[in-house]
Design a binder for this molecule. Structure first.
Ligand code: ADP
Length: 641
């Protein structure tokens, strides 16, 4: 039977035309090989010739084994036999074993085959359709390798059709999103992952259309609901099955969280720095304010006694203004307090601690013990600083240096004692004299006159004392106003000297003042008080008498008046001190006085714009007091020299 017979025998309605069948067989892409009952090849189409590298002429009549590798021939025979027994009519592609063909040149290649049994006029034939799957297997292997590689990738990689349906889902995607491939494939990716597009979905589609690539950030949700931020790359691929998108996602949630945390910590740091700077600025401002305060301020933490802040006055109080360390911070060891008797204040009795215990610390009189062991009297006040509700562990200690206050108190006490003493003496002379005059009416005229002169002298003394005190009060209160005018010195001095001549028989008052001397710019009343005080002292401090010489001359724009006596004089170291209040340096303490006369003189001369100085060659050698006043305005000093 020839191959032509095989393609013609089918009959019945719809049976294809033989010529058509022949054309299909000849032009088929697959190899079609027909065998007869003896397994001989009775038909071998051009595709078979091509596949097995064997012409139909050479193949016809040959057993099919001829195109199978020897090791599969026996197995093939068994299949054919079984095929005959089971009476099956078809086997689909790939169901036949072996799946390896043998070309005429001995080369083996993978095949896929379908075999069908057809009975033609009672005789069985077998039609085998064979496909060379070398290329397909290679493609599949390469695909498998690619999938394996994709599965190795850490990133989630999946593909979806242009409609969004997932077609491939790698192990990374399973890990990242929690869905197995079996669940993901076939679903729409955006719905599955509940994608948020910070960039906008349309923008991605547009970028893929335009550039075939899109890169950016997406927010997905995992199967467990957690949000994942991914860095995503989409590539548009034009495949055989149409367009699809390959999406590779990298989890950057942690990176984003780290970045956010970093940003937060940077912001926190910046806020902390700003807060610290503000606190430092506030502290600086506070420090400036405190430094301007005249009293000492210490901010300390109790009960430890740690010093947080001190002001300039406090540091100066501790170290003295000349100390080079005056600006160095003060620590608690520098703050030593003593009671007024000099014994140290114990740690528990510190003013700060006492205030913390609820005791009132106001105007507490203590001594501040300086590092060099000297002490200064202080008054201490403490205020509590409440940091929180009811919480106080910081205190502000205000320290006031009361040295001057103490000195003033001392001065006041001394002054009162002196004034009472100075008042009592003339008063007792006046009182005693007056009583004698009253009780003894028959006193002789000389005695009577002497007593009356004493009373007059002491009342004058009282009067001078009181006017001195009043002038002093005016000076201290800043009320003293000098009424300046041109004052001719000669008459003023001559008049005063004459007055004093009457008061002392043992002193010689000489006045050497040129009548043509230009007048001084002065207040005549105040100037007279000064001259009187100087004369008074000249008598007091020259108890044995002697000359009291007054001169006046012009020196440049000034008039210089000098009063020189021959009294007890002054040691050079005491000369400058004689003008201080209550200072009675080097003088004879039996001589009555309050140490206020020269102090007053200096105040009065200051008020007239002049100067007053004392000089003495030494004890026992007399003293000279020099008053300098400006020449009266409009008087050219040089005209009168
Ligand atoms: P008082 O005379 O009341 O003591 P003053 O202020 O007038 O006070 O004088 C102060 C001191 O200066 C006197 O105590 C005395 O020691 C000294 N002193 C003043 N005048 C003379 C003088 N002419 N000669 C020597 N010492 C004088």
């Amino acid at each position: 039977m020839g191959s032509d017979d095989l393609v013609t025998p089918m009959t019945g309605p719809g049976a294809p035309d033989a010529a058509l069948l022949q054309a299909i067989v000849q032009s088929a892409m697959d190899a079609i090989v027909v065998l007869d009952a003896e397994q001989r090849i009775v038909s071998f189409n051009p595709a078979a010739e091509q596949m097995f590298r064997c012409s139909a002429a050479a193949a016809l009549g040959q057993p099919l084994d001829r195109f199978l590798p020897a090791r599969y021939r026996e197995q093939h025979q068994r299949h054919i036999a079984a095929f005959g027994i089971t009476g099956g009519t078809t086997r689909s592609m790939g169901h036949l074993r072996p799946l390896t063909g043998l070309r005429a040149n001995g080369e083996e290649f993978p095949i896929e085959a379908t075999i069908a049994r057809v009975d033609v006029r009672g005789a069985p034939y077998f039609a085998a359709i064979v496909r060379d799957i070398t290329a397909r297997l290679a493609a599949e292997a390469s695909l498998r390798r690619q999938v394996e590689l994709l599965n190795l990738a850490y990133d989630a990689i999946f593909t979806w059709t242009w409609d969004g349906e997932i077609t491939f889902w790698n192990a990374g995607a399973e890990r990242l999103y929690g869905y197995p491939a079996t669940h993901a494939v076939g679903r729409r990716s955006r719905e599955l992952l509940r994608t948020d597009h910070p960039a906008g979905g349309m923008e991605i589609a547009q970028a893929l259309e335009d550039h075939r690539v899109w890169e950016g950030e997406l927010i997905h949700r995992r199967r467990d609901g957690r949000v994942v931020v991914v860095e995503s790359r989409h590539v548009l691929v034009e495949g055989e099955g149409g367009r699809y998108v390959l999406e590779a996602d990298r989890d950057i949630t942690e990176r984003r969280q780290a970045e956010a945390e970093h940003a937060r910590s940077v912001a926190r740091e910046a806020a902390a720095r700003a807060e610290a700077a503000a606190a430092a600025a506030a502290r600086d401002r506070l420090q400036d304010i405190l430094d301007d305060l005249p009293g000492g301020v210490v901010l300390m933490t109790e009960p430890e006694g740690r010093v947080e802040l001190t002001n300039a006055a406090m540091r100066q109080m501790i170290r003295g203004p000349a100390d080079p360390d005056a600006h160095a911070p003060v620590c608690s060891q520098d703050l030593v307090f003593a009671w007024l008797d000099g014994s140290l204040v114990g740690a528990n009795e510190r003013p700060g601690l006492r205030a913390l215990r609820g005791e009132r610390v106001q105007n507490q009189q203590l001594l501040l013990v300086r590092p060099d062991g000297t002490t200064i009297p202080i008054a201490v006040h403490v205020a509590l600083l409440r940091d929180g509700p009811g919480m106080a562990h910081r205190v502000i200690v205000f320290v006031q240096d009361v040295t001057q206050l103490r000195q003033a108190e001392q001065l006041k006490d001394d002054f009162l004692a002196l004034v009472s003493h100075e008042l009592r003496t003339p008063l007792s002379v006046i009182h005693g004299g007056a009583q004698v005059l009253v009780n003894k009416p028959h006193l002789d005229e000389d005695m009577r006159r002497e007593l009356l002169l004493d009373v007059v002298a002491e009342s004058e003394r009282l009067e001078r004392l009181l006017s001195n005190l009043l002038a002093l009060t005016d000076i201290t209160a800043g009320r003293l106003q000098a009424a300046l005018e041109p004052v001719l010195l000669e008459p003023l001095i001559a008049r005063t000297a004459a007055d004093f001549r009457r008061r002392s028989a043992v002193h010689t008052f000489t006045v050497e003042v040129d009548r043509s001397l230009p007048p001084a710019e002065a207040d005549p009343d105040l100037l007279e008080v000064v001259v009187r005080n100087l004369y008074e002292n000249a008598i007091k401090y020259a108890p044995h008498g002697g000359a009291v010489r007054t001169t006046a001359e012009v020196d440049g724009e000034s008039v210089v008046i000098r009063v020189a006596d021959e009294g007890i004089g002054t040691a050079p170291e005491h000369v400058a001190g004689v003008f201080e209040r209550f200072r009675r340096v080097g003088g004879d303490h039996r001589v009555r006085g309050m140490g206020l006369g020269l102090y007053l003189c200096r105040g009065l001369i200051d008020a007239q714009g002049g100067t007053i100085e004392a000089s003495s060659p030494g004890p026992g050698q007399g003293s000279t007091f020099t008053v300098t006043l400006p020449v009266a305005r409009g008087w050219a000093a040089s005209d009168h020299t």
